[in-house]
Design a protein around this ligand. Structure first.
Ligand SMILES: [Zn+2]
Length: 364
């Protein structure tokens, strides 16, 4: 396996298409498409907000991570909005993310709502699909391990509807896109957040149900969590627009530049946001389920979401290839060491024999 001379993507990934200089197709096309709409467009949107009868102007989905914290900070302090926030808890987050979310909201004087699925539903859905993946590894079952989490889009929209809040704000960025997702993002310059169709995803699921009895059992064990999670997979899903017509979803980083250095500097000084010292990389490392997501893609493709996220940052000039490589090595060590504790946390230690932590060993 060789890695791209410009970013860190390996040449054995489908679509990598290295040229004679050892440069991948994603570097050549400056993946992912990311055209900012700009601060003034966002400000203009809020100017037209007018008098509504809601409890607040916007409801911000807060994870406790840096990106959503910064989005909330900007909406309150820079755009002068009356905001509320909500956090989705699933029993698999580290305590520091909830703590960060609470501190942030206290400092900004923002009410924080905590939402979750009924007891153990998230964990059960995860384990069903992870077991299905172990029996038959493929991107569909790997993607479905995160299906319960998509309910946060529904739960957030429900709060906004109930409190008549016109906007729900989300903080994912196109720099988090991966070219190997089960559901592919279309490279549309005008609308980088546009995704592949629901029908295509449903067909992939149907095929996998026929191929894998364990996967089918996962769907049937709790059809509500699986089906509605799929329907609400993105904040912009048509299902959400249909079910919550009063609520508009807003992707904060479609308007403001995602600048990790500025974000960290701001929230550390203004909001006293911090990570525990043992956490070196702040991207998704607070979620126990993410350990397995990284693992499954690493095992299947020899690269995971972190490879893609770091490569995107190299391409867009946020970090050098050397810095990214250092972060990548640290991340692989972190995830290799996190597998067993994560399985213990989920009371699924017996699965350790079926898991191969060595796949996280990487070389340049
Ligand atoms: Zn590349």
């Amino acid at each position: 396996m060789e890695r791209c001379n410009k970013c860190l993507m390996p040449d054995d990934l489908a679509g990598s298409d290295f040229d004679e200089n050892g440069v991948c197709s994603w570097c050549r096309s400056d993946y992912p498409p990311y055209d900012l709409k700009g601060e003034s467009v966002l400000a203009a949107k809020f100017k037209g907000l007018g008098a509504h009868e809601g409890e607040a102007d916007c409801l911000v989905g807060l994870s406790g991570g840096k990106d959503s914290t910064y989005a909330l900070y900007r909406l309150v302090r820079h755009y002068g909005l009356k905001a509320e926030a909500f956090i989705y808890t699933h029993g698999g987050s580290n305590a520091f993310s909830l703590h960060n979310a609470q501190t942030t909201c206290e400092k900004l004087g923002v009410p924080l709502h905590e939402v979750s699925l009924p007891k153990d539903k998230h964990k059960k859905a995860f384990l069903h699909y992870f077991r299905a993946w172990l029996a038959h590894p493929n991107p569909t079952s790997a993607g479905m391990t995160c299906v319960a989490c998509k309910h946060l889009h529904i739960l957030g929209s429900q709060i906004a509807t109930k409190r008549r809040i016109p906007y729900v704000v989300w903080s994912s960025t196109p720099l988090e896109y991966s070219p190997f997702l089960a559901i592919k993002h279309r490279g549309d310059k005008k609308n980088p957040f546009k995704r592949a169709g629901m029908l295509q995803s449903a067909m992939q699921m149907g095929k996998e149900m026929i191929r894998s009895p364990k996967f089918a059992r996962g769907v049937l064990a709790d059809p509500h969590t699986s089906i509605f999670g799929c329907l609400a997979v993105f904040p912009s899903s048509s299902y959400l627009r249909y079910r919550f017509p009063q609520v508009k979803s807003l992707m904060f980083y479609a308007y403001e530049k995602w600048d990790p250095e500025l974000i960290l500097k701001t929230i550390k000084t203004e909001l006293d946001w911090k990570l525990p010292s043992e956490i070196k990389e702040d991207w998704h490392t607070d979620c126990v389920f993410n350990v397995f997501k990284e693992y499954m893609f690493q095992k299947m493709f020899g690269a995971s979401y972190t490879d893609s996220h770091l490569s995107n940052q190299v391409r867009k000039g946020f970090i050098t290839r050397e810095e990214a490589w250092q972060k990548l090595v640290e991340s692989k060590q972190f995830y290799a060491a996190s597998l067993l504790p994560a399985l213990k946390f989920l009371d699924a230690e017996e699965l350790m024999a079926q898991v191969d932590a060595d796949c996280f060993e990487i070389e340049e």
